[in-house]
Ligand binder design. Structure first.
Ligand code: PLP
Length: 261
């Protein structure tokens, strides 16, 4: 069984973050260990606040797991502070030869629009220290705008944003979650400089934790041997089916932000 490591914020409700990542990876048949970067105080529909994990405890967990486990892949979510990014980058660099895939979801805001990072230098540290180590980055539209400084209004902007992300070291950036009529589109670098995209039908509900779930499923399919693009297609289809299934459960359909897993 493949072993991966998740580093993300702990949402104790399990609707997003670390627990959601572990649930998805487990359902995909991947063994996931997990280190919290922060504790968040939230439930399915309410977000109060968060605090970062202290750096010494964080590093102690990272060191122990990397020394003891044969980690093949890493999923990064909320990283909370520039210092935690630096520590993470140090270990990813050191263990890079054994890491087949590093997938990062650059979560910058909680569902209720609270920032999930601390410190002015956070974005710059993310780009400078982490992006050169990341294989797949899955920002949503707002995150891609924040990371590239562009306003993403049309296909040319999306192409330009993907190029900027690639030039900072990311092999396969995916910009997720653009809603057009009844479809939700994800964009990636296509063949011969074209803009590639996949679309799924929008479902009649708002879900929390879908960004976390999609990037974890993407990592799972990569670890199982699928290349970047087919792995993305499979993860979108898998997530869509899980979301639709959760809508069939009456209790969850009545609560806007209930967890779908
Ligand atoms: N990670 C944590 C710890 C969060 O609290 C959230 C949102 O509240 C996210 C990630 C992002 O969630 P989503 O997958 O909805 O973008």
């Amino acid at each position: 069984m493949s072993q991966v490591l998740v580093i993300a914020g702990l949402d104790p409700s399990g609707g997003a973050g670390l627990l959601m990542d572990v649930k998805v990876l487990t359902l995909q048949g991947i063994r996931a260990s997990a280190i919290p970067s922060a504790l968040t105080f939230q439930s399915y529909s309410r977000f109060e606040d968060w605090v970062p994990i202290d750096s010494a405890s964080f590093e102690r967990m990272l060191k122990l797991l990397f020394e003891d486990l044969k980690i093949e892949g890493v999923k990064l979510g909320m990283l909370a502070t520039p210092e935690l990014i630096e520590i993470t980058a140090f270990y990813l660099e050191r263990y890079r030869p054994q890491l087949r895939w590093i997938v990062a979801d650059p979560v910058l805001k909680a569902t209720l629009q609270k920032p999930l990072f601390r410190g002015e230098a956070f974005g710059e540290t993310l780009k400078k220290r982490l992006f050169p180590l990341v294989d797949v980055l899955t920002p949503n539209l707002a995150e891609a705008e924040a990371l590239t400084g562009l306003q993403l209004k049309g296909p040319e902007d999306l192409k330009e944003a993907l190029k900027i992300l690639q030039s900072s070291g990311i092999r396969f950036p995916v910009i997720t979650g653009l809603k057009r009529k009844d479809r939700i589109l994800s964009f990636f670098p296509g063949e011969e400089g074209k803009l590639g995209f996949f679309s799924v039908r929008a479902l009649p509900a708002e879900f929390h934790g879908t960004g976390c779930a999609l990037s974890s499923a993407h990592l799972a399919y990569l670890i199982k041997g699928h290349p970047e693009r087919p792995a993305l297609r499979k993860s979108l289809a898998w997530l869509w089916k899980r979301l639709r299934k959760s809508l069939e459960l009456e209790e969850e359909a009545s609560s806007k932000l209930a967890s779908f897993l």
